[in-house]
Design a protein around this ligand. Structure first.
Ligand code: G6P
Length: 608
C-alpha cells in the first residue's frame, strides 16, 4: 500500500510531487509528506490526513528545490499521525526515505540500531531504512542503500535521498511496485504509471530485487547484489486524461459509465475472424488443456466475486470442476494442486499481496497459473505463467466497478476457450454465446439509462442502517458484489447471501422496512427466487428487485424494480450488477460519503 513519488530535474519539485501524489492517493490517504532538497539541504513537510491537509501546509510555505520525494500513506506499523508520516529521516536528518511495504524484521533491526546509538522518532518500520542507510554510508549513497536493504526482510518499494549526495535518488523494490519515468533532463519514480504521465510516457518497470541510481540525466539499474540490468523501455499508449475525471463528479461514476468500453476492449481481438477464441496468452498446448482435471480460482474482494461467476461459467461450459478460495485462505491452506490444475488468479491491480502469495504457492505445488489483471507490468504479470489482460483502463475509484465487469468478460472468454479446446461445446452453441457476448457493451449502455430511476429509489433508503442482498445462480455473486459496493462506500451494513440460505439465519434480521435487494433476473431458479421474495414480504421486508425487461409479474412483489435487458442466464451477471453499483453510488453520495476514497480502504492491498 502507500503511494510513492520522486522527482529529479530542473523544475520546482514540490508541485510535481503533489501532482503525482494526487494520482496515487487511491493507494492510501491517512497521512502524506514531501522532502525537497535545496542546495543540498532537506526541507520536510508532513501532515496527518489526506493530501489536502499537506497541500494547505505547503500553501502556507512551500519548500523549493529541484529534487524531492513524496508519499501518501496507508498505515501498517504505527497509527496515522504526523510523526509516522513519511518521509522519515535518520539521526542526522540528512537522509530522507519513503517506503511502501512491510519490513518484517523491523523489531530486531530497531533494537539493534538503538543499541548502536540510533534514536527513533516514529513507530514505523520504514524509519529503520533511514538509520541503516546512515549506518552504511561511507560516501556512496547507492552502496549505502544496497547494504541497508541487504539487512531488511520483507517487502519494500523505497526511494532514498541524502544531503550528502543531493544530485541523485536511489530507488529499490522487492514485492511492492515501483516504476521509473524517463524524461528529458528530468526523471521520476513512482508506485504507479499515472503519477508520471504528465511528464513522460517512457517507463522502466523495476523488478524485484533491483535498485536504481537516478540523476536528472540518467538511470543506472542493477540488482541490489550488484549485477547490472538492461531493461527495455515500456511506451505507455493510454492517455493521461484517462486518469482524470473527464467531467464526472467522481472517478467512481466515470468508471461506472466506462463499463461498455471496458467490456468492449476486453473482448476485442479475442474472437478471431473464423469465430475461434484466441487466447495465446494461456500458454498451454491443446493436449495440456485437455489433460486439465480442475480449475482453482484465487482472488480477493471484488475480484473474488468475478471468480464466483467464473466457477459457474467454467463448470457449465467446459465441464471442469472449479474450486475457489479467497487468496488469504488459499495461501495457508496447503491446497490440493497438481500439474493438471489450472490456477486462475484474478486481481485488478496485479499487486494484491495475498493473491501474489497464492500464485507462488500454486506454482510451488506444480500448478499452471493464469492471471487475469488490468495493470500492464504489474507483479502478477511477471510471476504468472500466462496473463489475460482486462483492458478497462486505469481505475482510480477505490471500489472496483469497470474492472469487475471486465474481469467477468475475461472469465467468459477463458471459459469459452476451455470449453472449445476440450470439445465440450458444439459449434452452434459457441457461436450463439459469442454473438451474445458481443452484445454486452450495448446492453450495459442501456442499463446505464436507469441512473435517474436508481437515484430516485435510493433516496428512500438514505437513513437505513442494515440491508440484505439476495440472489441465486448467477444472481448470487452479483448480490454479494452489490452488498460489498454498498458497505464499502456508504457504510450501510449490507449482507450478501445466497437467497436459499436466507432462512438459515439472515431472515431473523428482517423487520418492518429493512431494504432487501434481490437479483431476480430470468433464470432456471427464477421461481425459487420469487419464493424467497415472498418470504421477505411476509416479514415486512422492503424489496428492491433487479429483473428482466418484460417481467411484469415481479412488480406485484417488489416495491421497486430495476429492469435490465434479457441476456442468456450465464451472461446476466454483467447487466445485473450495474444498477447495484449505481444504487450504492447514489446512496453514498446522498449520505455525504467520499465514494472515491472510502474510509479505511485502499485500492491496492500490497500487504497481507
Ligand atoms: C481492495 C480493493 C478492492 C479489490 C481488492 C482486491 O480491497 O479496495 O476493490 O477488489 O482489493 O484487489 P485486486 O487488485 O487484487 O483485484
Amino acid at each position: 500500500m502507500c503511494g510513492i513519488v520522486g522527482y529529479i530535474g530542473e523544475a520546482d519539485a514540490t508541485p510535481i510531487l503533489m501532482e503525482g501524489l494526487r494520482s496515487l492517493e487511491y493507494r492510501g490517504y491517512d497521512s502524506a509528506g514531501v522532502a525537497v532538497f535545496n542546495n543540498g539541504a532537506a526541507a520536510v513537510v508532513r501532515r496527518k490526513g489526506k493530501l489536502s491537509a499537506l497541500q494547505e501546509a505547503l500553501d502556507a510555505g512551500s519548500p523549493r528545490g529541484r529534487v524531492g520525494i513524496g508519499h501518501t500513506r496507508w498505515a501498517t506499523h504505527g497509527k496515522p499521525s504526523e510523526a509516522n508520516a513519511h518521509p522519515h529521516s535518520d539521526c542526522t536528518g540528512r537522509v530522507a526515505v519513503v517506503h511502501n511495504g512491510i519490513i518484517e524484521n523491523f523489531h530486531e533491526l530497531r533494537e539493534q540500531l538503538t543499541a548502536e546509538g540510533h534514536t527513533f522518532t516514529s513507530e514505523t518500520d520504514t524509519e529503520t531504512i533511514a538509520h541503516l542507510v546512515e549506518k552504511h554510508f561511507t560516501g556512496d549513497l547507492l552502496e549505502a542503500v544496497a547494504a541497508a536493504l541487504g539487512e531488511v526482510e520483507g517487502s519494500f518499494a523505497t526511494v532514498v535521498l541524502s544531503e550528502d549526495q543531493p544530485d541523485r535518488m536511489i530507488a529499490a523494490r522487492k514485492d511492492s511496485p515501483l516504476i521509473i519515468g524517463l524524461g528529458r533532463g528530468e526523471n521520476l519514480v513512482a508506485s504507479d504509471i499515472p503519477a508520471v504521465l504528465k511528464h513522460t510516457r517512457d517507463i522502466l518497470v523495476m523488478e524485484n530485487g533491483e535498485i536504481a541510481e537516478i540523476t536528472k540525466d540518467g538511470v543506472a539499474l542493477r540488482t541490489i547484489d550488484g549485477v547490472p540490468v538492461d531493461r527495455d523501455v515500456l511506451k505507455v499508449t493510454w492517455d493521461a486524461s484517462a486518469a482524470e475525471k473527464a467531467g464526472y463528479e467522481d472517478f467512481m461514476l466515470k468508471e461506472i459509465y466506462e463499463q461498455p468500453d471496458a467490456i468492449r476492449e476486453t473482448l476485442r481481438g479475442r474472437i478471431g475472424a473464423d469465430g475461434a477464441v484466441e487466447l495465446d496468452e494461456l500458454a498451454l498446448a491443446t493436449e495440456q488443456v485437455r489433460a486439465l482435471n480442475r480449475v482453482y480460482i484465487v482472488a480477493c474482494g471484488t475480484s473474488y466475486h468475478a471468480g464466483l461467476v467464473g466457477k459457474q461459467v467454467i463448470e457449465a461450459w467446459a465441464r471442469l470442476p472449479v474450486d475457489l478460495d479467497v487468496a488469504s485462505e488459499f495461501r495457508y491452506r496447503n491446497p490440493i494442486i497438481d500439474e493438471e490444475t489450472l490456477v486462475v488468479a484474478i486481481t485488478q491491480s496485479g499487486e494484491t499481496a495475498d493473491t501474489l502469495a497464492g500464485v507462488r504457492e500454486a506454482q510451488h505445488l506444480g500448478g499452471k497459473v493464469m492471471a487475469i489483471t488490468n495493470v500492464v507490468g504489474s507483479s502478477v504479470t511477471r510471476e504468472a505463467d500466462g496473463v489475460i489482460y482486462t483492458h478497462a483502463g486505469p481505475e482510480i475509484g477505490v471500489a472496483a466497478t469497470k474492472t469487475f465487469v471486465a474481469q467477468i468478460a475475461a472469465v467468459y472468454i477463458l471459459a469459452l476457450y476451455l470449453a472449445e479446446e476440450r470439445g465440450f461445446m458444439d459449434a452452434a452453441d459457441a457461436r450463439a454465446v459469442k454473438a451474445q457476448l458481443m452484445e454486452l457493451p450495448a446492453i450495459v449502455e442501456e442499463v446505464l439509462n436507469l441512473d435517474e430511476q436508481v437515484k430516485e429509489v435510493a433516496a428512500n433508503y438514505v437513513d437505513e442502517k442494515d440491508s440484505l442482498f439476495l440472489g441465486r445462480g448467477m444472481g448470487m455473486p452479483i448480490a454479494f458484489e452489490g452488498a460489498l459496493k454498498l458497505k464499502e462506500i456508504s457504510y450501510i451494513h449490507a449482507e450478501g447471501y445466497a437467497a436459499g440460505e436466507m432462512k438459515h439465519g439472515p431472515i431473523a434480521l428482517i423487520d418492518d422496512g429493512t431494504p432487501i435487494v434481490v437479483v431476480a433476473t430470468k433464470s432456471h431458479v427464477y421461481d425459487k427466487v420469487i419464493s424467497n421474495i415472498q418470504e421477505v414480504i411476509a416479514r415486512d421486508g422492503d424489496v428492491v428487485a433487479v429483473a428482466t425487461e418484460g417481467d411484469a409479474d415481479i412488480a406485484r412483489h417488489a416495491r421497486f424494480v430495476f429492469y435490465v435487458p434479457e441476456t442468456s442466464e450465464l451472461l446476466s451477471a454483467i447487466p445485473a450488477v450495474v444498477p447495484l453499483q449505481l444504487f450504492a453510488y447514489h446512496l453514498a453520495k446522498m449520505r455525504g460519503c467520499n465514494v472515491d476514497q472510502p474510509r479505511n480502504l485502499a485500492k491496492s492491498v500490497t500487504v497481507e
